[in-house]
Write a protein that binds this ligand. Sequence first.
Ligand SMILES: [Zn+2]
Length: 688
Amino acid sequence: MGCCSRARATGAWLLVLAIGTAGAQAPVAAPPAGDPLAGMDRTVLPGVDFYQYANGGWLQTAEIPPDRGSTGTGRELTELNDRRIADLIREVAASSAPAGSDERKVADFYDSFLDQARIEARGLTVLKPQFERIAAITDRAALARYLGSTLRADVDILNATRLYTDNVLGLWVAQDLDDPSRYAPFLLQGGLGMPDRDYYLVASPAMADIRSHYRAHIAAELKLAGIAEPDRQADLVYALELKIARSHLSRADTEDVKRGDNHWSRAQLKANAPGLDWNAFLAGAGLARQQQFVAWQPGALTGLAALVASEPLASWKAYLRYHAIEHNARCLPSALVDENFAFYGKTLQGTPQLRERWKRAVSFTSAALGDPVGKLYVARYFSPADKAAIEDLVRHLVAAFAVRIDQLAWMAPETKVEAKAKLAALKVGVGYPDQWRDYSGLQVVRGDAYGNQQRVELFEYRRELAKLGTAVDRSEWCMTAQMVNAVNLPAMNALNFPAAILQPPYFDATRPLAMNYGSVGAIIGHEISHSFDDQGALFDASGRLRNWWTPEDFAHFKASSEQLVGQFSAYRPFPDLAVNGRQTLSENIADVAGLGAAYSAYRSALGDASAPLLDGFNSDQQFFLSFAQSWRAKYRDQTLRQIIITDGHSPAQYRASTVRNLDAWYSAFDVQPGQALYLAPAERVRIW
Ligand SMILES: [Zn+2]
């Protein structure tokens, strides 16, 4: 899920700190024990600049690694975790785990990818079977069957938010949004080699430049793969992708749940999207008996089917050969890997250097064998005591939310009943899934990096297909335990808090309770609140797509959120660029709600117990300092600009300023009128 780095898509509410498995060069140590409040700048008044007060010392010395756009709390923990995972994999690689065991599979998958000499020696012979199957396509039915055979479970609309696949379509098996008791197969648009249709269709010079690089890249990759007439073939590939792009729905429209929830029978599929032999396609996809589908972007299905009928077979075969190469490039000889990186890394992302092979091996292994790696991670780094402590924290947060719902002035009584029902049904996953997935059906062959990748994709696909017709399992996770992140699964009415984020400095059983509530408690509160905001209002307690708010509720919610829009739009890190209070509104609301609920929860968890001073700070002060320190971050200017323009989350320093909306922060730090962060009581936003 490395795709969701610092991006929030409507419908999937990732906390999003830092994703990715590239490690920095310099060692990253866990924060020094015994000094949980290190890195402050006490020369600044808290009411003037609380972020600087909490983090000024750290900001002065922190350095952004040369291969990164930012550093900070989330990033540092991710780097640390990546090294831990690499060590765990190397340990099992060095062990004598028996053949067929999960550990052996992890070790063999990793070793196979590391064995570059063997990959070079095998060369392009690994692609031969696929090229032969493409060459054997002689009519439209065979084309449809081949296209069906490329379908994989590689997309996810609401949970992990993976909206793109390079195959012509992607499959997401998830609960039916109209009937949460059963699974439905969602068909999503795909087939493009560039990230989104905008790269093909937007007229700007920058996009045109990327397009010309892409065409050259297609030709270069085909040439390296020994395909005759690579330039002419590249023209065919690009022309077909452009036509596919024209049929695609925009990203914004794709995220519109009501627009996507189209139930089509097999007969409707044939009637609405003529030109593709759907029987052949679905048979190729292993869906021969499936009768009902969800067509998320109907126009893309119609467009694809028409192109299957209208475009010459020669164009399709050129396209399929190219996609077979590109889809598997990571497991091919280095000349193809380098050409792939030249476009996807350098041109598209501006990354100067390809990550070292072992780091890529860690990423691929952790993604391909998510649960076996997660099991190793949890056994070493997440104790039963930690799990119990976090679960206790969650209970206090949920209870605090229930009280807050009762106390809301703007929510109609009947809506409160629905909200309480939804809260009661909320399924909170802490650390790792209740049940690890079974990998006994997956064959990993040492020395066959290419084949392993193919088998993993097919294994995952078959696992998803097997869900159709079975009861919905709300305990299933969409994140791995070793991911530094957290997520709200709206249709499942569930939350995942992976073990990797339940670590210092977000959670540390050895430090005062108030500090854990200020950091991980606020994160948990943030995710819970998404179930009850304007997006969460679309899904009821069972996960059914049914708006449970009254029109008056919406009106009140909108009015009170306007204040928050103004508050964040006033943050202006560059003379020409301010934070967009509207774009970041949902996340800012979740931050205010999460912090408020975490504060109530911490007070109730503390009860009458006396909290110890820490370094002279009382427990309320510890709570808020811990919150501000959990948002510790340093950005390169370009990165900060990009976040402000493209991200649904506010930059970290402004998320830390959420404290301005809580009365308790004012008394904790004696914040006075006239100080920069001071808000009069009426200006403090209280949505929850
Ligand atoms: Zn969020």
